[in-house]
Structures are given as structure tokens and as C-alpha cells.
Write a protein that binds this ligand. Structure first.
Ligand SMILES: Nc1ncnc2c1ncn2[C@@H]1O[C@H](COP(=O)(O)OP(=O)(O)OP(=O)(O)O)[C@@H](O)[C@H]1O
Length: 508
């Protein structure tokens, strides 16, 4: 498929406001795309490169290159050029990279060059487009969108499932099931303001400890155990103790959902930052393990033996979990069959959880199924402080002790039109290590630097604690955060998963 087609549809989709109109445009595009190229087309439309970030700086992209007169460039050719570019690394690769980039831009017409520049710089990140793209693929392949969505959750990749369904139609969907060894997108939670509010919303539920560590999905098939993150990366090698423990469980084949934390000798959890840096270290895993052993606690089971359990209610999944995982490796929980009768017990469980040093609780409807990849209303998290996931829009160079470091973050929430509304600035809560890390990361995202403020591509998500909102005519949403402080960087979250202005206003 010609890149010109993708660039045209991308522009038309951005200019169309009705969702049905966007879906129709995409359905037409996918009907004419060779199935083998459908995955690339979807990636490019949503602003993603299969190669990740090949590190093309904005200066290199800004160079003028004479455009081609006629469109001849295919998406496959673009993909090959990006792969070639990404493979050239290290000293002496500059000239080669420049040659590859110039050849690519030179093969593109002027509108294709515009599309390529924003694609390669990462400036158009239309994450929200995945949902519409899915509907477009469903329409082009004449399959129900709900069935396609489920298949994508199970498979983990819209691009892969789209290619299969466009080639083979509905039959391809039947082939997609949950398989041990193939990670599935985890179920996510919504927020409740208090335990009472969670009980009122859910009715009969399980109230569980919410541990503040790293989400893990553990797949075991005999002696082969794999550990995946929330974003489905394989981190088995970095967490040998998790695999060792899973091998001691009675079942031979299963998929478990849980959280890994670090514990001090007295059993209290260590900070999330310590666990994250332990899990992040790949070099000497054994030394890292000796310095901070980690422990998984499991709260769900998605498959056991040959049975897929996703569609069973929490009560039955928990019974299956208890048959596989010993009690001291499960998260602590309180079953609340009667929220009226057990309100005080639930409050006591919450207070006890906080005393034990955990982050809060997670309440789960006892009759709810496992909604893979969804932020369902059947899981509600309750935490004592207000937190938001916001996107860094710009950052100011530090002064004094922070000279040379990017410090004061400009924070934005997602607005309804796909842009970001700034809600405030903060440099509070940043440790020296966090400052070093964000300086490096934000330099990669830089689009413009006036020597004082660096404007960045809106990609880095940070978790912010704040004390409330105050009215502020200076900011676009009319409010600003009070006493915002950074809790942590969230490189594992995409900007389109950050909180919306609507949520922020609702929280206030
Ligand atoms: N008992 C539990 N049940 C489910 N999730 C738990 C539990 N304990 C800890 N967690 C963790 O809590 C996460 C959801 O809470 P929270 O929203 O604070 O996390 P997050 O990483 O910001 O993700 P998101 O906001 O996308 O859900 C889960 O992804 C999981 O890692």
C-alpha cells in the first residue's frame, strides 16, 4: 500500500469529528490494504513505529529534502528504511543514518514528507486511534467489533489480529484463544473515593490489599515459566525468584495475575522506586537479587490446566487460585458478601492494610468476570491520597544545585479533543536519581529549547500527588493543582492512558 494513501486517510480522519465517519474512512482503507500490510498501516495511523524509538532527532528531520513528484513509496519500503536506520548505531553511523533518512524523505511527495516527519518524530501519537482502527478493521472484515476486540485482548496485538482477520475473516477469530505462554492484556481498575463508596457501587465484593509494586502475569507450562509485565514485556530473566516459586505450585499449567513487591526483614513493603530499580536492572541479576529479593503475591488466575477462566466470576476464579497458590503467596483479602452488615469490617481491613504499609485496597465485584485489557467498573481502587497520572508538556532548566538538569515539570491532563490541558508545574518530590533520569528522557523528547523552557513531545507520564484543586483563570481548564508533587515517573504508561481533564474536575 502506498504511504500516500495512509497519509491522506490520516489527515481525513483527524479532520472528521464523528466517530462513525472516522470508522468508515478506516474501513475503506483496510478493505484496500493487503492483509500483510494492515499491521503497519495501523501502526502508522496511530503514530507508532514497530521499531520503537529509532532516535531520529528533530534537527535531522527538519533538514529540507527535495520531495518526489509522484507517490511511489510503500509502507513496506518505509518500514525497511526505518529498520535500516535503527540498525545503524554507534560511532561513524551518522553519515549512514543521514543517507538513509534523506533517501526516504527524497522518495516521498510533499504531503508524504509531512506525514513521515510527524511519524518519525513521534509528534502524532494518536493512541486513541486504536479503538477506531479496530472498528474500521471489523467493518472491513465484516466481523462484529466486540468479537474482534476480545480477540485482540487475548492475543495482545491489534496489528497481528487485524492481518489475520482481513485475510481469513471470522474464521481467524475462532483461532484466537488464551494460551499459556502468550501474555494477555491485564484487567485495570477504576477509582473510588472511599471504601464505603466502593462497597455501595459493587455490592458483594472482595476487598483486597493493594500492593504497590510491579504487576506480573506468570505463565507456567511444566518447568517453563515466563513472567510478563503489564505492558506484556517478558521479564522472566530479571525475576528468577518468581519463576522458582511458581514451579513449586501444584498445577503444571496456569496463568496467574499478581504483584511483585520488595519486603524489609520485618515484612513491611519497601518503596516502589526500590522495586522498580531492582526489576529494571538486567546486568547482574544475582547481585540485584541479593540486595533486594522480591516476592510475588497473586490475586487472580486466568487459566488452569486446559481451562480458560476469564469468563468465570471472581468467586470461582478465586477458588481456582486457592487450589493452585498457597495462602501465603496470595494477597490478603476480606470477602464482603453483605456490604450493609460488613461495612465496619471492611473499614477495619482498610485501616489494617494501611498500617501494614500498603498503598490502599482494591475492591472487586464477586460476580464479575475478568475483563482483559479493560478499565472495568468491577475493580475499584481506593487510596488515601489523591493521585493523577499526567503528561509532561514542557520542562524548565533548573537553577543552583539543579543547574544543567531539567527540573520544573509542566503537567497536562488529556482534553476531549486529543490535546493536553496544562494543570500546573512542579519540581517537588524529585530525587537526584529521578532528576538525572528525567533530564535524559526529556532531552530525547525535546522539540524546542529557548534556554529556559524545553518543550517536549507529550509522551512521558508522571504520577502526581496533590492536595486539591484551585480555581485559576491562567490555565486552560480553569483550575490548577494545589501542592502537586511527583511520586514517580511512569515510563510504562502511554500518554493516552493518562488522566483526563474530566476525571481531574470530578476528583476536585
Ligand atoms: N489486589 C490487587 N488486585 C489488582 N491489582 C492490584 C492489586 N494489588 C496491587 N495491584 C496493582 O494495582 C494496579 C492498578 O492500580 P493503579 O491504578 O494504582 O495502578 P497503575 O499502575 O497506575 O495502573 P492503572 O491506573 O492503569 O490501573 C494494578 O495494575 C496492579 O499492578
Amino acid at each position: 500500500m502506498l504511504l500516500a494513501e495512509v497519509a491522506r486517510v490520516s489527515r481525513e480522519v483527524a479532520e472528521t469529528s464523528a466517530r462513525s465517519g472516522k470508522t468508515a474512512l478506516l474501513a475503506e482503507l483496510f478493505s484496500s490494504a493487503p492483509p500483510a500490510e494492515a499491521g503497519l498501516v495501523i501502526s502508522y495511523l496511530s503514530g507508532r513505529l514497530p521499531q520503537g524509538r529509532p532516535g531520529i532527532g528533530w534537527r535531522a528531520l527538519a533538514r529540507e529534502v527535495e520531495p518526489a513528484a509522484e507517490p511511489t513509496l510503500t509502507v513496506t519500503a518505509v518500514d525497511a528504511a526505518v529498520t535500516e536506520y535503527a540498525a545503524l548505531a554507534g560511532a561513524g553511523s551518522q553519515a549512514g543514518r543521514r543517507r538513509v533518512l534523506d533517501a526516504l524523505l527524497g522518495a516521498a511527495t510533499a504531503p508524504e514528507q509531512r506525514f513521515l516527519r510527524s511519524l518519525l518524530s513521534g509528534e502524532v501519537r494518536q493512541g486513541a486511534l486504536d479503538a477506531v482502527a479496530l472498528e474500521g478493521v471489523a467493518a472491513a472484515a465484516a466481523v462484529p467489533a466486540a468479537e474482534l476486540r476480545r480477540a485482540v485482548m487475548l492475543d495482545g496485538s491489534l496489528a497481528r489480529v487485524a492481518a489475520a482477520v482481513l485475510a481469513d475473516g471470522a474464521a481467524a477469530l475462532r483461532g484466537v484463544t488464551l494460551r499459556v505462554g502468550q501474555p494477555v492484556q491485564p484487567m485495570l481498575a477504576n477509582t473510588a473515593k472511599s471504601v464505603a463508596q466502593a462497597l455501595a457501587a459493587l455490592g458483594p465484593c472482595a476487598v483486597e490489599e493493594k500492593l504497590d509494586g510491579i504487576r506480573v502475569q506468570v505463565h507456567r507450562d511444566g518447568d517453563d515459566v515466563r513472567v510478563y509485565t503489564r505492558s506484556l514485556d517478558d521479564i522472566t530473566g530479571r525475576l528468577p525468584e518468581v519463576a522458582e516459586l511458581a514451579r513449586t505450585f501444584p498445577g503444571e499449567r496456569f496463568i496467574l495475575d499478581g504483584e511483585v513487591i520488595g519486603q524489609a526483614p520485618d515484612g513491611r513493603p519497601v518503596s516502589f522506586q526500590e522495586v522498580a530499580s531492582r526489576v529494571g536492572s538486567r546486568i547482574d541479576v544475582e547481585a540485584a537479587r541479593r540486595a533486594l529479593p522480591v516476592v510475588p503475591y497473586f490475586f487472580d488466575v486466568l487459566a488452569s490446566g486446559d481451562e480458560v477462566l476469564l469468563d468465570l466470576p471472581v468467586r470461582e476464579r478465586y477458588a481456582a487460585l486457592a487450589a493452585l497458590v498457597p495462602e501465603d503467596s496470595r494477597v490478603r483479602r476480606l470477602v464482603v458478601e453483605d456490604p450493609g452488615e460488613q461495612a465496619a469490617a471492611a473499614e477495619e481491613f482498610w485501616a489494617e492494610t494501611l498500617r501494614r504499609g500498603h498503598e490502599g485496597v482494591m475492591a472487586k465485584g464477586l460476580d464479575s468476570t475478568y475483563a482483559a485489557g479493560r478499565r472495568g467498573k468491577h475493580w475499584l481502587k481506593v487510596k488515601p491520597v489523591h493521585t493523577l497520572d499526567l503528561v509532561v508538556l514542557a520542562v524548565e532548566w533548573g537553577h543552583g544545585r539543579r543547574t544543567g538538569l531539567l527540573s520544573n515539570l509542566h503537567l497536562g491532563a488529556r482534553a476531549a479533543d486529543g490535546t493536553f490541558a496544562m494543570l500546573g508545574k512542579t519540581f517537588k518530590g524529585l530525587t537526584d536519581e529521578m532528576l538525572r533520569w528525567q533530564t535524559e528522557r526529556l532531552r530525547e523528547l525535546a522539540v524546542e529549547d529557548d534556554g529556559f523552557t524545553v518543550r517536549v513531545r507529550p509522551e512521558l507520564v508522571v504520577e502526581i500527588a496533590y492536595d486539591g484543586l484551585q480555581r485559576s483563570p491562567r490555565y486552560p481548564a480553569g483550575v490548577a493543582l494545589r501542592f502537586a508533587r511527583v511520586l514517580r515517573h511512569r515510563p510504562d504508561k502511554r500518554a493516552d492512558e493518562a488522566d483526563t481533564v474530566e476525571t481531574v474536575l470530578g476528583e476536585g
